[in-house]
Write a protein of this length. Structure first.
Length: 497
């Protein structure tokens, strides 16, 4: 059997047309008030995941480096198609797509699923598809449908288990004005749907189990071991379909399907999440009152924190921790600690036999066999009291403001001293450390953020310092290789030639 295929977008030219099963699902075409039933046409949907051509214009999604993913990351368990009249934008019907048959992969390694044959009234439709969700979006018109916010699916924003499949949708501008009609050969229409995940994936690893800290002359003064991490500011709501807009001020975007549901524009282009306009430029008063963020940064010291162990480096190299996150974006001036998704690293600190004690008018080295309950750091050495620190600095007293002396304080715990580093996840680095860029700090759906800590250049703080209004740009002392790319996983089995 040969299918006829109408290409509605160059995006889909790489999809393989595959012979499908013969079972048919009938569209509801019951006559109304005795009117004749409309003519129907048969449709087969091809659902594709992991399409490399889905990268956006204004984005960090510019790498074709692929990752061998898991079946849970690209599988489609269930799907529903929504049809809207292209001209009136009114809802026509939604259909549960049945008998999804995985056809293997095409030659690019992208997974193809084929649906049963479906009979629908002939017409021109804007077609939308959701996958791996039981939610049914009930809206009378297309604009309201596209503005749908899902606050129920990922109520636990700290997402680790995706065994039931990741919610996916098609890019909303991709399948507009799709003609479904009989052709001369009376063959089925084949409609190609490219799906993208509503989640992003964050991978975190280190390339050494312990890092040496050295002074300007190369002398070691401490070792730090990054043992644990904690992801902060994980959002809990998402637009069912990706939203984009051009914005240069804190205005509410006008949702126009022709402008705001496709690629990110090159100039002032943003991805918009449901909380976007609440992320004010002045973040001093933000307290996450409606609990939009799980693991909210500002609650860190008051909440019971469940740290995650960072995997040790194995013989074959770094071992990545993986977590999944919903989109989190904001205006460039609002890219601050109150809102951005970030990682707090907890490191064990070992001074290099350089803890000093004040004895009279002399500083004497302590033996590390008896570590003090509190130590102070200054200029690549440690001191067991505030008085010893003041003597080293050359002042009468250091007071409580250690920052002004470039000093730090560390309290001993059951397993020694700890220091902390914060890292805010970049989406698009403008390579200008003092000038915040558009979409520079953000999480965008269907992207993979892979962070590898390669070195530590300085000592972290003795406590997690919380200032929601602090811009995300800043020195972290962590040297990190960050790769941001389309989340394209490769399935190398059952390739369709």
């Amino acid at each position: 059997m040969v299918y006829s295929k109408k290409i509605f977008c160059a995006l889909f030219t790489a999809i393989v047309v595959i012979t499908g099963c013969s079972q048919r699902e009938e569209f509801d075409t019951a006559s109304v008030n005795g009117a004749p039933e409309p003519a129907t046409a048969d449709v087969v949907f091809h659902l594709q995941t992991n399409a490399p051509s889905m990268q956006m214009t204004r984005s960090a999604e510019d790498s074709y480096t692929h990752v061998q993913g898991t079946a849970d990351e690209y599988k489609v368990n269930k799907a529903r198609v929504y049809l809207f009249d292209t001209y009136t934008k009114l809802f026509v019907n939604s259909i549960q797509l049945t008998d999804l048959t995985r056809q293997g992969t095409n030659t690019e390694g992208n997974v193809i699923y084929e649906t049963a044959h479906i009979s629908v009234p002939q017409g021109t439709y804007d077609i939308f598809v959701t996958a791996n969700t039981d939610r049914v979006i009930t809206k009378d018109n297309e604009a309201d449908f596209l503005a749908d916010i899902d606050s129920m699916t990922y109520v636990r924003a700290h997402i680790e288990d995706i065994s039931n499949g990741i919610v996916m949708t098609n890019r909303a501008s991709a399948n507009r004005s799709t003609l479904i009609a009989n052709n001369q050969n009376n063959d089925d229409n084949v409609v190609d749907i490219v799906l993208e995940r509503v989640l992003a994936r964050i991978d975190v690893a280190k390339n050494a189990n312990e890092f040496e800290l050295t002074d300007n002359e190369g002398r070691k003064y401490a070792n730090v071991a990054l043992d644990r991490y904690y992801i902060v500011n994980l959002p809990k709501y998402f637009y069912s379909f990706r939203h984009t807009a051009v914005m240069n001020s804190m205005n509410v975007p006008d949702w126009d399907i022709n402008e705001n549901f496709g690629n990110i524009k090159d100039v002032d282009g943003y991805v918009i999440d449901p909380y976007f306009t609440k992320k004010k430029i002045d973040a001093t008063s933000f307290i996450n009152g409606d609990k939009y963020y799980e693991n909210y940064f500002g609650d860190f010291n008051t909440a019971s924190v469940a740290w995650t162990s960072l995997k040790s480096v194995a013989a074959d190299g770094p071992q990545y921790n993986t977590i999944y996150s919903l989109e989190n974006c904001m205006l460039a001036p609002a890219q601050k600690n109150a809102y951005s998704t970030g990682i707090i690293f907890d490191a064990k600190l070992k001074p290099n036999n350089n803890i000093y004690h004040l004895s009279g008018n002399n500083l004497e080295l302590l033996s590390n066999q008896n570590l003090p309950e509190v130590i102070y750091y200054y200029n690549c050495n440690f001191y067991d009291s505030a008085e010893a620190l003041a003597f080293a600095i050359g002042v009468n007293s250091v007071g409580t403001d250690l920052d002004m002396h470039k000093a730090k304080k560390f309290e001993k715990t059951d397993d020694g001293y700890h220091c902390y580093y914060t890292y805010w996840i970049r989406h698009l680095d403008n390579n200008r450390p003092t000038n915040m860029g558009v979409m520079e700090f953000a999480i965008v759906r269907n992207n993979l953020y892979r962070l590898l800590v390669t070195n530590v250049s300085g000592l972290g703080n003795g406590q997690i310092i919380i200032d929601p209004d602090t811009p995300d740009e800043g020195e972290t002392y962590l040297k990190i290789i960050l790769n941001v790319k389309p989340w394209i996983v490769r399935d190398l089995t059952n390739i369709v030639l």
